[in-house]
Design a protein around this ligand. Structure first.
Ligand code: FE2
Length: 194
């Protein structure tokens, strides 16, 4: 289990509006927690939760919960090629991730279009309320040396607070708006593997 989070307290400038978020954790807390979780995975602290024989699934996304309490759940996810999460939000949960190995691509809804960014090993991202994105393993590089490296697992640690309970899914319409298509109760991270 991860160490007890250290709360750093309110850091917003006094002029900022006071938000009543459903958690006492803030994005910077979640970023630090996922960084800590990634370090502990690399140190072998969660080896007992990893796939048997050290063989990572190659057909479907795989995940295991590293920590759970009233404020927080933390997951390790192994990503596979050609699988999308679909565009989704995290309902009433804030989120964050740290990439341990490999690379992810995220498409985030930015108001009138999707913005793409690549997240490589060591990169972090946080997801405030209302964040709508699709996440997938980055395509393997075309050069042989980098393609060989692309065979390594793509792993990321994700934290959600309050613990994830639901996600809504979206599609982009022909007139560049977002249409919510469904909401599902779930405590599994990052949506379906399609
Ligand atoms: Fe997500």
């Amino acid at each position: 289990m991860l160490s007890t989070p250290v709360f750093t307290g309110a850091s917003a400038p006094s002029s900022a509006p006071q938000l009543s978020l459903p958690t006492r954790l803030r994005p910077h807390d979640l970023l630090r927690i996922t960084d800590q979780g990634a370090s502990e995975v690399l140190e072998g602290r969660f080896d007992h939760l990893l796939p048997g024989g050290g063989i990572w699934p190659t057909d479907e996304r795989w995940s295991t919960r590293l920590h759970a309490d009233d404020d927080l759940d933390v997951w390790l996810i192994s990503w596979v090629p050609d699988r999308s999460t679909e565009l989704h939000d995290h309902a009433g949960s804030l989120g964050a991730l740290t990439v341990l190995s490999g690379s992810l691509v995220e498409y985030r809804w930015a108001g009138v279009e999707l913005k793409r960014r690549r997240l490589d090993a060591g990169d972090q991202a946080s997801f405030p309320l209302g964040w709508v994105h699709d996440v997938m393993r980055a395509p393997a590089a075309s050069t042989p040396a980098l393609a060989a490296d692309g065979q390594a697992p793509t792993l990321s640690v994700h934290a959600y607070s309050p613990p994830l309970t639901a996600m809504s899914y979206y599609e982009v319409t022909d007139h560049s708006t977002l249409r919510r298509t469904r909401t599902e109760l779930t405590d599994e991270p990052e949506g379906p593997s399609k």
